[in-house]
Design a binder for this molecule. Structure first.
Ligand code: SAM
Length: 283
């Protein structure tokens, strides 16, 4: 493919929107190849920016639904892709979108949906959590993320990278760090390196969660303050419980009552969440 066409009179990149535009055609085509998309795939793109990645996605996918928060970029994108009939552009904050409602409108049938994005790094975790929490229609997600954050996706207990995001991802997906990307391929150059990661959404999670809404809140609370024990994090969140009740629940799971969240693996975290959810229902 030729060099991406950059629209003229482009506004300056806005730092507060996490704008670092990808300029390397090799990296762009590698992202699209890794996404495994074809002419049957519907793509959701978060933050098309000036449309560098969008151009590759439009050439490969059936349809692209893109959300861009920056209203100054909308005229450029409209002009750049004026001739494309498989493009839907929305000027919206992705964190405020009712994802399932939009998907039902734009991609109504039982279509393959893949999310692809060179993410705005200042909101990587909320974006990911929102997709994991609120939709079951997405089959795969391929994201450019900050390298240090990408390591969390596959991290294991008792490592510094293991947190609520690792658990949420590993509960819903098979995560792979695909390749590292140097900072020099972005304009402006950010002060971190990046990585492309793939989340293959599991049709059936390995360990069943009784109530997903509760589970996602619970894991955030479990890691509320990383240096605190699980008991101390949870008593402040669920004041109906005493410390003794939480310690007892931990013991029943075969866990140390002084344990910290970072030491509990995925299976045990889910089992413990289900137990606490069951106890709350009895209250
Ligand atoms: N896709 C382009 C590329 O690869 O060059 C731009 C990537 S840039 C890292 C992130 C993009 O996300 C920017 O265009 C930014 O304006 C947009 N963005 C930031 N916050 C957003 C939000 N809350 N909702 C939707 N788009 C957002």
């Amino acid at each position: 493919m030729n060099e991406p066409r950059q629209p003229r009179n482009l506004p300056r990149a806005k730092k507060h929107f996490g704008q670092n535009f990808l300029t390397d055609t090799h990296v762009l085509s590698r992202i699209v190849k890794s996404s495994g998309i074809d002419k049957n795939t519907c793509v959701v793109e978060i933050g098309p920016g000036t449309g560098a990645l969008t151009e590759y996605l439009l050439a490969s996918a059936k349809h692209v639904l893109a959300y861009e928060i920056d209203k100054d970029l909308i005229p450029f994108l409209k002009e750049r892709f004026a001739k494309e009939t498989n493009f839907t552009l929305k000027q919206q904050d992705i964190l405020k979108v009712q994802i399932d409602q939009d998907l039902a409108t734009v991609f109504p049938d039982n279509m393959d949906i893949v999310v692809v994005s060179n993410l705005p790094y200042y909101i990587t975790t909320p974006i990911l959590m929102r997709f994991l929490e609120t939709t079951h229609r997405v089959k795969r997600m391929v994201f450019m993320v900050q390298y240090e954050v990408g390591k969390r996706f596959t991290s294991k207990p008792n490592t510094k990278d293991y947190n609520a995001l690792s658990i949420a991802i590993q509960y819903r997906a098979n995560a792979k760090l695909l390749f590292k990307v140097p900072r020099t391929v972005f304009v402006p150059v950010p002060n971190v390196d990046s990585a492309v990661v793939e989340l293959d959404i599991l049709e059936h999670p390995l360990y069943p969660v009784d109530n997903e809404t509760f589970f996602f809140e619970f894991i955030k609370n479990l890691f509320g303050q990383r240096r605190k024990t699980v008991v101390n994090n949870l008593v402040s969140t669920y004041p109906t419980f005493s410390k003794d009740q939480i310690m007892e629940a931990l013991l029943e799971e075969g866990l140390d009552p002084q344990v910290r969240a970072e030491a509990i693996d995925l299976e045990k975290t889910i089992s413990f969440a289900n137990r606490i959810h069951g106890l709350l229902k009895q209250e």
